[in-house]
Design a protein around this ligand. Structure first.
Ligand code: HSE
Length: 412
């Protein structure tokens, strides 16, 4: 991108910005790479990048939270601005790094850390600075979205779909973070910190991934008018609590986020003056990531003031307990087909004051006497904690053969 568009960038910045690569640290020098960077730019020592006096800005794109931390820490201590796409690093260990950034007046830029090529960080940090942010709802992991899509439309199994996503370069170096929900959760934590101004402890955030989503639930979702999406939500509750969660959820096929397919990401932001807005684009892959990294490089080159970066201005804030968060639900029970099974489940739900809004149990048209093994209940809105208590009791019934499967139905 710098080779192809560097002259354009220089012109656009009225000759104030010229970006030149001085050093590239890699794990393995012998690995074949696209591009034609001269061999003498490469090193295997990360600190060579920081210590070279010709380097003004350090770009960290190695992932992980240990070596990356040391690199960013060293760069900031040397007063060099940092551009990073590392959401795990900033969400897990951002506190001390942002303190160092301030101390050494060296900004951290991280547009590439959230939603790939979509300029959502600058939008929230700058364009929406005058708004109170009421909610953020996003599909912000391209790998999971791609996998769910391929499972839904091409009928692929989970491992095949994951393999494709890796081959396309969407997955993180450690793809477990993509599929266990944490990559999206880290991004949601960064967005929530920007929107609400306080440091968020990742341990207090509710996160579930897509690893256990089955083709059966994807099919039932579709039959009921929903799609399954890995949704990340940051919601300001009426009492001021901030609810943050990431989990595979049911979303009406008619909702605009249901049309976000493949590697695309979308972030819906609602501001008190702005109202609703939607940011959409490619959430992963080389080109979109490079687009965000280069925009940060230009910003870093133009402006070295640390206060342009992420600055939580409060130590803490009110996070909502997950048990208090409310939605409606899809619950699938695996059962032994015997008279009274529906009544037994329904009766426990009623004792817990949980209403049923619908049921689903497909019948084989050619064999109406076939045993039914899966019984779906759609449940009215209630706190998650109330549902958990009811399900603990249901699980003890003799007719139940597996743990109930729960999806939230999001009415965004
Ligand atoms: N692994 C990430 C994703 C890439 O799949 O969305 C960008 O964060």
């Amino acid at each position: 991108m710098l080779q192809g568009n560097g002259a354009l960038i220089t012109s656009r910045t009225q000759d104030t910005v010229q970006l030149e690569i001085r050093k590239i640290a890699v794990r393995d020098l012998s690995k074949a790479r696209d591009g034609d960077a001269p061999a003498d730019l490469f090193t295997t020592n990360l600190l060579d990048v920081v210590n070279d006096p010709a380097v003004d800005v350090v770009v960290e794109l190695i992932g992980g939270t240990d070596a990356a931390y040391d690199l960013v820490e060293a760069a900031l201590k040397a007063g060099k601005p940092v551009v990073t796409g590392n959401k795990a690093l900033l969400a897990e260990r951002g506190g001390p790094l942002f303190a160092l950034s301030k101390e050494h007046n060296a900004p951290i830029h991280f547009e590439a850390a959230v939603a790939g090529g979509i300029p959502i960080i600058k939008a929230v940090q700058e364009s929406l600075v005058g708004n109170r942010i009421e909610s953020i709802a996003g599909i912000i992991n391209g790998t999971s979205n791609y996998i769910l899509q391929r499972m839904t439309e091409a009928g692929l199994g989970y491992p095949e779909a994951l393999k494709e996503a890796k081959e396309l370069g969407y997955a993180e170096a450690d793809e477990t973070l993509d599929v266990n929900g944490w990559d999206a959760a880290h991004k949601a934590i960064l967005l929530a910190s920007l929107a609400h101004g306080f440091v968020i402890d990742p341990e207090k955030v509710y996160v579930r991934g897509i690893e256990k989503v089955t083709p059966l639930d994807i099919r039932f979702a579709s039959e009921l008018g929903y799609v399954v999406k890995l949704l990340s939500l940051v919601h300001k509750c009426q009492n001021g609590d901030i609810e943050i969660r990431t989990q595979p959820s049911f979303l009406s096929k008619k909702h605009i986020l249901a049309s976000v397919h493949g590697v695309f990401n979308a972030v819906a932001v609602k501001g008190d003056h702005l109202g609703e807005s939607l940011f959409y684009g490619r959430g992963a892959g080389q080109g979109p990531t490079a687009s965000s990294v280069v925009s940060d490089l230009v910003e870093a080159a133009r402006n070295s003031r640390a206060d342009r970066g992420f600055l939580p201005y409060k130590e803490s804030g009110p996070l909502r307990e997950i048990d208090e968060s409310k939605t409606s639900y899809y619950v699938r029970f695996s059962v032994n087909d015997q008279p009274g099974v529906i009544a037994e489940i329904a009766s426990i739900l009623a004792q817990h004051k949980i209403g049923i809004s619908g049921t689903h149990s497909p019948v084989d048209a050619d064999n109406p006497d076939a045993e039914f093994l899966e019984m779906v209940f759609l449940l009215h809105t209630c706190p998650f904690g109330q549902l958990k208590l009811a399900l603990q009791e249901v699980e003890k019934l003799a007719c139940i053969t597996a743990r109930p499967v729960v999806f939230r139905i999001e009415n965004l």
